[in-house]
Design a protein around this ligand. Structure first.
Ligand code: TZP
Ligand code: MG
Length: 233
């Protein structure tokens, strides 16, 4: 199990025209790293394997400069070829048990979950963290099957919080879908430990950083919102 990973401001990349436009992916990620993102997932649904690996290696070099872990979305083989810190796997990707066998104990494995059943399976199979969602509908991912809202995320956090097995206590959590500077503090507050037996460990964000005019200041703004109490507290 990977230790001491900071999941608080989790950047998920997007290479599509709608989000990235004509900007350079590696440059945008470096700007986000300067702004303070704490972990990066390279998500690329359109490139072939060769480009995925090559760009993954470039992103890994940049992330290493800032001492930030890089994960690869969907593909254990690409993560192995890149030599990065781990993978993020959805329900239709390789199962967590096989991924753990291929990647070994020290790599980070994350799983997308939308229900307590999916969370239980992922945790028991050895996921290090859960990407819980989809929180809110988002044009970044139109094919998302379950929009579970704050209540759906709370239900999963509550479930994790009440399990006896240490694996459930150790697993980290991030939520994803429609999170931006305007709703971040409310979301964190609604998912804080006082409303649920355990709090969320981070927020995963695509467009609010990747599509920003200035990804560095967008990230540093999100980071300061994360680190300051909401105005109503
Ligand atoms: N998985 C669930 S929602 C989503 C992914 C990859 C996209 C989230 O994008 P945004 O722009 O942060 O709403
Ligand atoms: Mg996937």
């Amino acid at each position: 199990m990977a230790t001491k990973v900071d999941y608080s401001l989790y950047l998920v990349t997007d290479s599509t025209e709608a989000i990235l436009g004509s900007k350079d992916l590696v440059q945008v990620v470096e700007q986000a790293l300067k702004g303070g993102v704490t972990i990066v997932q390279y998500r690329d649904k359109k490139s072939d394997t060769g480009f995925f690996i090559e760009t993954g290696k470039r992103l890994h070099q940049v992330c290493q400069k800032y001492n930030i872990p890089l994960l690869i979305n969907d593909r254990v083989d690409v993560a192995l070829a890149v030599g990065c810190e781990g993978v993020h796997l959805g329900q239709d990707d390789m199962d967590i048990t096989s991924a753990r066998q291929l990647l070994g104990k020290t790599k980070i494995i994350g799983a997308t979950v939308s229900s307590t059943q999916e969370a239980e399976i992922a945790v028991k199979a050895g996921a290090d963290y859960l990407g819980i969602g989809t929180l809110y509908a988002t044009s970044t991912k139109k094919d998302t099957k379950s929009i579970i809202g704050i209540n759906g995320i709370r239900q999963i956090l509550r479930y994790l919080g009440y399990q006896e097995d240490q694996k459930f206590k150790d697993v980290k959590t991030v939520c994803i879908g429609g999170i931006n500077a305007s709703n971040l503090q409310r979301i964190i507050f609604q998912l804080s430990g006082s409303c649920s037996p355990r709090a969320i460990n981070g927020v995963a964000i695509v467009s609010a950083i990747m599509a920003a005019q200035d990804p560095e200041s967008a990230s540093s703004n999100l980071k300061s919102l994360l680190n300051s109490p909401p105005p109503w507290k």
